[in-house]
Design a protein around this ligand. Structure first.
Ligand code: BES
Ligand code: MN
Ligand code: MN
Length: 460
């Protein structure tokens, strides 16, 4: 790929952004998170976004910018997040997570930038800043634009939620535009029409009042780790369905036609298995692989610990065992209710001889975008223009809890124009984002505005 001078500069700026370790989950990085906010504010300022500010919160700051042209014109609010996931486990990275490098891969023969946040979401949000730069320079701005870039998405967006509730007038808009999801492949673009919800729990099982010698006591007392494993096993049946009573009650099941439509999207099971190094997939009976990871709810253990995990062997029955368990949810499951149902059910699974404590971390609702509104149609046209292929609507499996919140509080739908790929390894070691995807994004975003403004005028 030969790059223009401007493109080379975009790439350098993006890589500069990636050097800031803005890990929101770890307070040791608080100053770096603040530096990233400052960086985003300056980036917006430099491209001529007239009003830019950093809004402090009780957590990490929000960067806000706006280019207001005319109250008669439509307003698009661009959302993104400058915070990133912790880079651990560090030893599994081939190059340091905050020293971005360009490498070629089989999927990205034109190169990809490897760094934490390359795709999620620094690379994708930066495309919007550069698209704005281009539109401004070329006199293509045809509507009001507001940018709201937060620093707490990866830890649940708590303070953004508060900010949105208290600033509804400031945030008034016709549509919200977000690049923080993926597409099917470079050959088959897609637009995310859904996100799953989430309920995140932590459980602790306590047995004896101290760690015990497993020879002196073993066989006569409940071992909290054994018990925890037995309890977790009971959370799903042999059909891989979640056994929590009421778990499936509120689900808005897809119609046969909707499922048939979904099944038309290209998908290669052998390739899927190979890409993650497994020889067989596993999931809820009666649903396809793609349904299992998008339109069906799940329950997964995200971490489990207790007892002796140091070098060598130690014969011990631990006093405590812990697990982090999350459930991905679908419309119309209520995450607060699911958290309560989980708590009740998990308590009921505890045998005599142990006590169980359960804590709810955070959660969020699922989300669906209709494909019959103007903004979706504009996004469709934009991908068609730049990829030369019609994008497919596609439900995603990940969660962005602030998106359903925007709908509830502002009454506005979000359009999820993501350019990432599942193989980009977001949240994993060696996260990367293709140069092709990055520059295609920068090219496609102005097309969205062009079509959105045109369609708005046509229907006015
Ligand atoms: N950008 C992701 C969500 C995503 C990625 C959705 C790809 C669809 C496709 C976001 O940053 C994220 O990681 N969300 C978290 C939830 C949050 C509450 C920590 C998730 O999905 O686990
Ligand atoms: Mn993200
Ligand atoms: Mn993420």
């Amino acid at each position: 790929m030969s790059l223009s001078n401007d493109q080379k500069r975009y790439l350098e700026e993006w890589m500069d952004f990636l050097k800031i370790p803005s890990v929101s989950a770890d307070s040791a990085f608080d100053q770096e998170v603040a530096n990233a906010a400052e960086w985003v504010k300056n980036a917006l300022y430099k491209v001529g976004c007239a009003n830019t500010e950093i809004i402090p919160t009780k957590g990490h700051p929000i960067v806000y910018g706006e280019q207001y042209l005319d109250p008669k014109l439509p307003t698009v609010l661009v959302y993104g997040h400058y915070d990133v996931q912790p880079p651990d486990p560090l030893e599994l990275w081939d190059s340091p997570p905050f020293e971005p490098v360009i490498k070629n891969t089989s999927i990205h023969p034109d190169g990809a930038v490897f760094a934490r946040g390359a795709c999620d979401d620094k690379g994708q949000l930066f495309m919007h800043i550069k698209a704005f730069e281009i539109m401004k320079k070329e006199g293509l701005l045809g509507c009001n634009i507001k940018f709201m870039i937060e620093g707490e998405e990866e830890v649940g967006s708590d303070h953004l939620e508060e900010f949105v509730k208290n600033n509804k007038t400031k945030l008034e808009c016709d549509v919200i535009l977000i690049s923080d999801t993926g597409m099917i492949s470079k050959e088959q673009p897609s637009i995310s029409t859904g996100l799953r919800g989430l309920s995140y729990m932590e459980v602790t099982v306590t047995g004896p009042n101290r760690d015990l010698h497993s020879g002196l006591y073993g066989g006569a007392v409940s071992n909290p780790i054994n018990v925890l494993c037995e309890m977790i096993t009971k959370l799903r049946d042999d059909q891989k369905r979640v056994t929590i009573p009421g778990f499936y009650d509120r689900i808005d099941e897809l119609s046969k036609t909707e499922r048939e439509e979904m099944a038309k999207a290209p998908f290669d099971l052998a390739e899927f298995k190979e890409s993650i190094g497994i020889n067989e997939v596993s999931g809820e009976a009666g649903y396809s692989n793609e349904e299992r990871r998008t339109i069906r709810p799940t329950l997964d253990v995200n971490g489990i610990w207790g007892g002796y995990i140091g070098e060598g062997a130690k014969t011990v029955i631990p006093s405590k065992a812990h697990a982090k368990i999350s459930m991905r949810l679908v419309p119309d499951q209520d995450w607060n209710e699911i958290s309560e149902l989980f708590t009740k059910h998990f308590q009921s699974l505890a045998p005599e001889g142990v006590t169980v404590e359960i804590e709810t971390h955070h959660g969020g609702y699922a989300y669906v975008t209709p494909t019959d509104n103007l903004a979706y149609k504009a996004a469709h046209q934009a991908y068609l223009d730049t990829f030369g292929i019609a994008p497919i609507p596609s439900r995603g499996g990940g969660s962005i809890p602030i998106v359903p919140m925007f709908e509830n509080e502002l009454g506005v739908k979000s359009i999820l124009m993501g350019f990432g790929l599942d193989s980009d390894a977001i949240h994993s070691p060696n996260e990367h984002y293709g140069l092709y995807n990055f520059f295609k994004g920068i090219e496609t975003i102005p097309k969205f505005y062009e079509h959105y403004i045109r369609l708005q005028k046509e229907t006015a």
